[in-house]
Design a protein around this ligand. Structure first.
Ligand code: TYD
Length: 134
């Protein structure tokens, strides 16, 4: 089983609009320590291209759409995020790339830890070596 999957969020919608609530250890499967968002992106300028040794994340496209490629060293999954009602859970030790950003895309990221640049793997060959245990 790959260590990534889509999450469905319940939306509370009424005549006023819609609301989604995200809570640690409820619909988000970890304690949220950090939130950041990516915006003012360009369709043909990908982001990401790294893995995290010790970080879990949930990515939610709260406006517009984008695609996310997730790679565990063997299986590559490609997801289109185009609704605030779905999130992509991305576990530890996964290479990821975000691309094909629509106009106005806002990508919200919930993370299980504070920002620690030393836990990133930024080279794909290093990632493949670490993930295969060699
Ligand atoms: P970067 O990792 O390049 O973004 P992406 O994963 O989308 O390609 O981060 C861009 C800049 O923001 C870089 O200078 C590091 C900084 N940054 C923080 O200071 N804190 C954070 O939580 C994150 C994710 C990035």
């Amino acid at each position: 089983m790959p260590n990534y999957h889509l999450l469905d969020f319940k939306a509370f919608g009424d005549l006023r609009g819609s609301l989604v609530s995200l809570e640690s250890q409820k619909n988000i499967p970890f304690d949220i320590q950090r939130i950041y968002y990516i915006y003012d992106t360009k369709r043909d300028v990908p982001r990401g291209s790294h893995a995290h040794r010790d970080l879990e994340q949930v990515l939610v496209c709260v406006n517009g759409s984008c695609k996310v490629k997730v790679d565990d060293g063997q299986i590559v999954g490609v997801f289109e995020l185009n609704t605030p009602e779905k999130g992509l859970y991305v576990g530890k030790m996964l290479w990821r790339e975000m691309f094909d950003f629509s106009q106005g895309c806002v990508l919200l990221v919930l993370a299980s830890a504070h920002y620690h640049p030393e836990e990133y793997i930024r080279d794909y060959d290093d990632f493949l070596k670490e993930v295969s245990g060699s």
